[in-house]
Every structure is written in C-alpha cells, then in structure tokens.
Design a protein around this ligand. Structure first.
Ligand SMILES: O=P(O)(O)OC[C@H]1O[C@H](OP(=O)(O)OP(=O)(O)O)[C@H](O)[C@@H]1O
Ligand SMILES: O=C(O)c1cc(=O)[nH]c(=O)[nH]1
Ligand SMILES: [Mg+2]
Length: 194
C-alpha cells in the first residue's frame, strides 16, 4: 500500500479529525487521527495491517511476538500478528506504568517487534519498549501505521511506518490563538480516571 492509499483508508473511515486535541504526550494539536474509526472496520483494518506486516517482515525478518501498548495498539497488533503468523500480546497501564499482565510470557530468545498505531512524540512507544526490556526476548524494532512526527521521534530502536506525516503539535503554553480559541478534547486513554 502506498502512503496515499493508507491515508485514504483513514480519510474514508472519517478518522482524520480537525479541532483542538490534547494528545497523549500533553501536546496540543489541530489534527487527530482517530484510528478506532479505522479499527471498527475489520476489512479496512486487515488491509492496512497486512501492509504493515509486509514492511515488518522486510525490515526485521521472522517475528515470534508482536507486543503492543494498550489501548490503541491492541487491534493493529493482533491483526498484524495474524499476517506475520506470530503471537500478539500487549502491555497495559498499572499505576500509570506499562506492564505485561494477565500471565503473558515472552520466551527466552523470542524475536519481538513492538507495534503501535500512531507515533507522535514516541513517548508511549519508549515506555512500551522499556517494559519489554524487563523480559527475555530479542527486541528487533518497532512499527506503526502512522508516524506523525515526520520521522523525528526517537525510539532508541528502528521504526518502520506505513506513512510519515509532519503534523504540528504545541506545548500548552505555546498555542497559536486560533487553536486556543477552540475547546480542547482528549480522546486517548492515558490518565483516564476510572
Ligand atoms: O507517541 P506518543 O506521543 O506517545 O503518542 C502516540 C500514542 O498516543 C495514543 O495513545 P493514548 O495514550 O492516547 O491512548 P490510546 O492508546 O488508548 O488511544 C496512541 O495510541 C499512541 O500510543
Ligand atoms: O499523540 C496522540 O495521542 C495521538 C495522535 C493521533 O493522531 N491519534 C491518536 O490516537 N493519538
Ligand atoms: Mg496508545
């Protein structure tokens, strides 16, 4: 799939949102990729994740485990693993920190790739990778559907993506006036209070 075809999937799913969004990192942006609008359609999800699996195989070779950060990474992690013919597990937040729960185990020597949905600053990916380093297994690298950092996010490990975009994101005290004028919404799950 070309980057244009992938973006067309997001566009036709209604996942390219404009407004005022507070991102997982705390940065603010006029654009939000609501990936769940893509993932609610299994056929669309299959198309993009099949393409991501092909890129992963080309970059990293055989993979035994895909590990994804919850919540957004779970669906693409599972579907990408289905095309790679490997296991799919996830880390989730416990007292704010990503950990492997539910008895998930990564065997010694397993070849592991981290699969994210969207990378903005790379913070969530780095947190997920840090959690994985507490376990056996060889981390080959990372992958995501859309890297909206324009390639600037540094995960400390290679990152492959289907699309690279350079979407503006601002510190809360540096908002352009037209963005500050709009009410802000925070769509993601980080710091959600139960
Ligand atoms: O590269 P970053 O700056 O970390 O931003 C990207 C992260 O933000 C979103 O997760 P979020 O924490 O909003 O929750 P979600 O997975 O439940 O959507 C997205 O799923 C990525 O994990
Ligand atoms: O940085 C984020 O939190 C983020 C950006 C985006 O476009 N989509 C998303 O789900 N999360
Ligand atoms: Mg996430």
């Amino acid at each position: 799939m070309t980057p244009t075809e992938v973006l067309d999937e997001f566009r036709s799913a209604g996942a390219l949102l404009e407004g005022h969004f507070v991102l997982s990192s705390g940065l603010h942006s006029p654009v939000f990729l609501q990936k769940m609008f893509v993932f609610q359609d299994p056929t669309r999800t299959e198309r993009v994740c099949k393409a991501l699996a092909a890129k992963i195989r080309e970059a990293y070779g055989e993979v035994d485990y895909v590990v994804s950060p919850a919540v957004g990474g779970i669906v693409p992690g599972y579907e990408t693993a289905r095309h790679l013919g490997c296991k799919a597990i996830f880390v989730e937040r416990e007292n704010g920190e990503f950990v492997l729960r539910r008895g998930f185990v990564i065997p010694e020597g397993a070849r592991v790739v981290m699969v994210e949905d969207i990378v903005t600053t790379g913070l969530s990916s780095r947190e997920c990778l840090a959690a994985l380093r507490e376990h056996p297994g060889k981390i080959l690298g990372a992958a995501c559907l859309i890297d909206r950092s324009g390639g600037k996010a540094d995960l400390g490990t290679p990152l492959v993506s289907l699309v690279q975009l350079d979407i503006p994101a601002y510190a809360p005290d540096q908002l352009p006036p037209e963005l500050a004028a709009l009410p802000a919404v925070k769509p993601g799950s980080r710091n959600l209070k139960t």
